[in-house]
Ligand binder design. Structure first.
Ligand SMILES: Cc1cc2nc3c(=O)[nH]c(=O)nc-3n(C[C@H](O)[C@H](O)[C@H](O)COP(=O)(O)O)c2cc1C
Length: 156
């Protein structure tokens, strides 16, 4: 199966999880492309002006996994701009989602951010399968990365 993992990652955490997920899916025999949404300069939560540098395409993939950090209890602005403005259709595609965040509670933005991603993807026709939150905080980090990878890999 051709799987695309598309992430925005400001400080590398989300990209690290995505890289490990890619390795896991490849071990299972899938063909996986990991691509990164990148922007010019920096944006803060709430900014509207996002200039995209790399806009990953999704047409070649049977399934897509989107990943983003939580920023200010919400979906990071570059990922929101990418999903809203640069994906024309997800009609009939199976999509899974994950977010990384610092604080080890879903109510500090995890559920809300997954909800934002799910809503955009569903509005574009996707069937949303897995949804995972990775907590970057201390001892729970490794456990939550492993859980995310296991659960998302099992979707395919
Ligand atoms: C501007 C900003 C806002 C953040 N807001 C939150 C937040 O609301 N809740 C939370 O748990 N972590 C928050 N974090 C922490 C990041 O979500 C966390 O470090 C994440 O793993 C970073 O992913 P990245 O390295 O892929 O950018 C925030 C980080 C930044 C830079």
């Amino acid at each position: 199966m051709n799987i695309g993992i598309i992430v925005y990652s400001k400080t590398g955490n989300t990209f690290e999880v995505a890289s490990r997920l890619k390795g896991n899916l490849e071990q299972k025999g899938h063909s996986v492309v990991l691509d990164r949404v990148t922007i010019e300069g920096d944006v803060k939560p709430g900014d509207k002006d996002v200039r995209m540098l790399n806009i990953p395409g999704i047409e070649d993939f049977d399934k897509v996994i989107f990943g983003s950090p939580v920023q200010a209890f919400s979906l990071a602005v570059p990922m929101e701009a990418y999903l809203n403005n640069h994906i024309t259709s997800l009609e009939g595609k199976e999509v899974s989602l994950f977010v990384t965040k610092q604080l080890p509670f879903s109510w500090t933005g995890g559920k809300r951010t997954l909800g934002q991603m799910e809503k955009i993807c569903k509005n574009k026709g996707a069937k949303v399968k897995g949804k995972e939150v990775v907590f970057w905080y201390g001892k729970v980090r490794e456990e939550s990365i492993s859980k995310c990878i296991k659960n998302l890999s099992n979707q395919f």
